[in-house]
Design a protein around this ligand. Structure first.
Ligand code: SF4
Ligand code: SF4
Length: 122
């Protein structure tokens, strides 16, 4: 399962960021959310939701001898993995990176996205 993004449908309401941090950390803190909305103010004015693409081959874990399935379930990762992600998909704050764990099978950001910018894809 992964989350499909349709950027032109994103209104930039940031509800996904809020529900992500609230559900995992108990606080509303968009900078500590695994999804973030990048706004292109200069050119297109598009809001683009960015989050982990759930790759089959996880470049982010290069050099680590870990259980991939276990790592996929974790929300907080070390920033080194964010640096190794070719898509710059993780949110970083301080020493922590925030990784989309798909809410362990019940993706809340998709549920609160009323415009259809975020949908599930299997
Ligand atoms: S963090 Fe990056 S490389 Fe790793 S699975 Fe997600 S999108 Fe892929
Ligand atoms: S699926 Fe869950 S962990 Fe992933 S970005 Fe959405 S709310 Fe955050």
């Amino acid at each position: 399962m992964r989350i499909k993004v349709d950027s032109p449908k994103c209104s930039g309401c940031h509800l996904c960021e809020m529900v992500c941090s609230l559900s995992h950390l108990g606080i509303i803190h968009p900078e500590r959310s695994a999804i973030r909305i990048q706004k292109d103010d200069l050119h297109t004015s598009l809001n683009t939701p960015l989050l982990c693409r759930q790759c089959q081959t996880m470049k982010c874990l290069d050099g680590e001898a870990v259980d991939l399935q276990q790592e996929r379930k974790k929300f907080i990762w070390h920033t080194k993995r964010a640096e190794q992600c070719p898509f710059h998909a993780l949110t970083v704050l301080g020493e922590q990176a925030y990784h989309c764990n798909l809410c362990l099978g019940n993706p809340l950001c998709v549920k609160v996205c009323t415009t259809g910018a975020l949908t599930l894809s299997k």
